[in-house]
Ligand binder design. Structure first.
Ligand code: HEM
Length: 326
């Protein structure tokens, strides 16, 4: 299992020339370590999550949401949303059952009445693979230095052996869902909600499918058509709305907010912030997705970033990535 997943990873992160001291901005270095893992470049496509499709929908907050946040989308009036489902990996035509595609994503924008917007970028794992952006680079360089013929234990095997949080991420089963509509998604990093009384709560967002969780067997996954997930989702939405609940797990004092490899205790209170309803597949998705660029630091009044260093570092990497794929 580890070797299959790492084989997928090393496809994503092939050799970068070793630089003694790379002093370029972190966002550039993060972007480069992703791109250098690609077997080819695919002009016009995202360097990661290259394969995806765009949908439209709306979000309607629950009555509880306004007690936690003054953000416009948490006040109860439906706001329009743009949603992009994707698989991880930089190969736009990678099959849905490829090991490198096992990370599924749902990124979305809430378009607010005042013209502002805010994004959440979620994947099908509740925690991340490494503790810091710098470790993301070290880990990916280890993966790319661990190709065929490299002496055992390879650099990536050594990295994994000395980083239990990385091993936990890699070994967690990531079964193929029946649908993008039968899968959980997590924004992973902590954010902070602020209410009208000025009270702040650190939260972690979790998107729960109303249809319930459903996955295919390994045999069904092996036999799956290469584009089954987007095809299925387009068909599903054509038959009727696909709903999810946006849940917020509320931290208690002392819970870690700057390490996205650490879960908060399951006993923490969880609040249903409202319903995401996906209503329509965008017809010209390939054109529309090119202009879309989601950002984990695009917050609005009532929604703040935590001190998790990934929020800012990822935003910088995405800022480098976006113009290169236009
Ligand atoms: C330092 C760590 C990371 C790096 C370097 C990285 C890199 C990238 C890059 C280069 C893209 C393409 C962006 C574009 O062209 O617009 C991307 C897309 C994406 N990333 Fe990350 N990523 C990281 C961590 C994460 C984490 C932790 C999550 C989830 C919480 C995540 C979720 C996504 C999603 C959902 C997309 C696709 C967005 C879309 O549909 O447009 N990434 N990532």
């Amino acid at each position: 299992m580890i070797s299959r997943f790492v084989a997928g990873l090393s496809l994503l992160v092939a050799a970068t020339p070793a630089l003694a001291q790379d002093t370029r901005p972190l966002g550039e270095r993060l972007y480069d370590v992703v791109v250098s893992g690609l077997p080819h470049t695919y002009p016009g496509y995202r360097a990661n999550h290259a394969k995806g499709g765009v949908f439209e929908g709306s979000f309607t907050a629950s009555p509880e949401a306004a007690s936690l946040s003054v953000s416009e989308h948490f006040q109860g009036k439906a706001v329009p949303m743009v949603i992009r489902y994707s698989n991880a990996g930089g190969i736009p035509d990678a099959a849905d059952n490829a090991p490198s595609a096992a990370i599924r994503a749902m990124a979305f924008t809430f378009n607010l009445p005042d013209g502002a917007s805010t994004d959440l970028m979620c994947i099908n794992m509740p925690v991340f693979v490494v503790r810091t952006p710098e470790e993301f680079i070290t880990f990916n360089k280890a993966a790319q230095a661990s190709g065929p013929g490299v002496a055992q234990p390879t650099p990536v095997a050594q990295y994994i052996a000395s980083h239990p949080e990385t091993k936990a991420f890699i070994t967690t089963p990531k079964p193929m869902p029946v649908s993008y509509g039968t899968q959980d998604y997590y924004a992973i990093h902590a954010y902070r909600l602020v209410n009208a009384a000025g009270e702040g709560h650190f939260v972690r967002f979790h998107v729960v499918p109303e249809a319930g969780r459903a996955f295919v067997s390994p045999e069904q996954a092996a036999a799956a058509a290469p584009n089954v997930l987007l095809d299925e989702m387009r068909g599903r939405v054509a038959k009727g709305p696909v709903a999810y609940h946006l849940m917020a797990q509320i931290a208690e004092p002392g819970d870690v907010t700057n390490d996205s490899t650490v879960s908060w205790p399951e006993s923490r209170k969880v609040v249903d912030l409202g319903t995401i309803t996906v209503t329509k597949a965008v017809a010209d998705s390939a054109t529309v997705e090119k202009k879309l660029g989601f950002l984990p630091n695009k917050v609005v009044a009532g929604l703040e970033m935590s001190d998790d260093p990934f929020l800012q570092a990822r935003a910088e990497a995405y800022g480098v990535a976006y113009p290169k794929r236009q």
